[in-house]
Design a protein around this ligand. Structure first.
Ligand code: OOG
Length: 245
């Protein structure tokens, strides 16, 4: 079964072939839910959602042009300043992001749901992605089924939500700057991504609960993640660091 194959690939950090052609987007999300159910059955807890392909840089890098959503569990979280065990990952990459926190539940099926006003805080974030497919190659259905390459994430200090429409973003590796961008790269404004979450959550059955976090998607292309210290800084929001080893 496909979900078990993807789950085992993630647990064993061994890449697996892409899925057969012809899987619809809705079917791909159903596979993603089945993979997540295996993680939840093993004791993990859902703590939020994450976007993929909200910036042109990412769409161009991966040859995919639709916004996608994956799910985050407590086991994927690394503390700020903490370590990521590279032996648990296939071919990880790192991305600079910002992350939102929901102060209250949002009902995605409510046409009047206002997700922006439900956000009480924002923080810089490091996202470590890791495709479970050979050579990091996939189509849209593949990557959705594979929980949008979600692997690990770290969150910096929370700040009250403010004007986050055009903040400078920097990714550095071992003190060397490797990517520069702006939060404006995220669909023109990260709130636009946030608003799109409601419709996707309604269609694909993602809960949006108080305390959940939402990773807005990378502002720049991803870079390979090896034994190194990776840091993301966002102007006005501060920084967050993860060590890969
Ligand atoms: C898919 C995940 C993309 C982002 O921020 O755009 C993503 C991938 O590139 O493997 O997380």
């Amino acid at each position: 079964m496909t979900a078990v194959r993807l789950h085992e690939a993630q647990r064993n950090a061994v890449a697996t072939p892409q899925l057969p052609e012809g899987i619809s987007i809705d079917e791909a999300y159903a596979i993603q839910h089945a993979v997540l159910d295996l993680r939840l059955a093993a004791g993990e807890r859902l703590v939020g959602t994450k976007f993929g392909f909200t910036s042109r840089a990412k769409m161009a890098q991966m040859g995919v042009s639709d916004i996608i959503v994956g799910q985050l569990t407590d086991a994927m979280r690394v503390e700020d300043g903490g370590e990521a065990d590279l032996t648990t990952l296939v071919h990880p990459r790192v991305e600079p992001e910002i992350v939102f926190r929901l102060a209250r539940d949002v009902d995605p099926t409510d046409p009047l749901a206002d997700i922006v006003s439900a956000v009480d805080a924002v923080a810089p974030a490091v996202e470590i992605i890791d495709s479970r497919y050979w050579d990091f190659k996939f189509n849209l259905a593949d990557v959705i089924a594979d929980n949008t390459s979600g692997a690990l994430f770290a969150i910096g200090g929370w700040r009250p939500i403010a004007d986050i429409g055009n903040l400078a973003v920097r990714l550095s590796v071992d003190g060397r700057d490797v990517q520069f961008g702006s939060t404006a790269a995220i669909l023109g404004h990260p709130f636009r991504a946030l608003r799109q979450m409601v419709g996707i959550a309604a269609r694909q059955g993602f809960p949006l609960r108080a305390g959940h976090v939402i990773l807005a998607g990378a502002a720049t292309a991803a870079v390979p993640f090896g034994p190194s210290v990776v840091r993301v800084d966002v102007a006005g929001l501060g920084g967050v660091t993860v060590r890969g080893r």
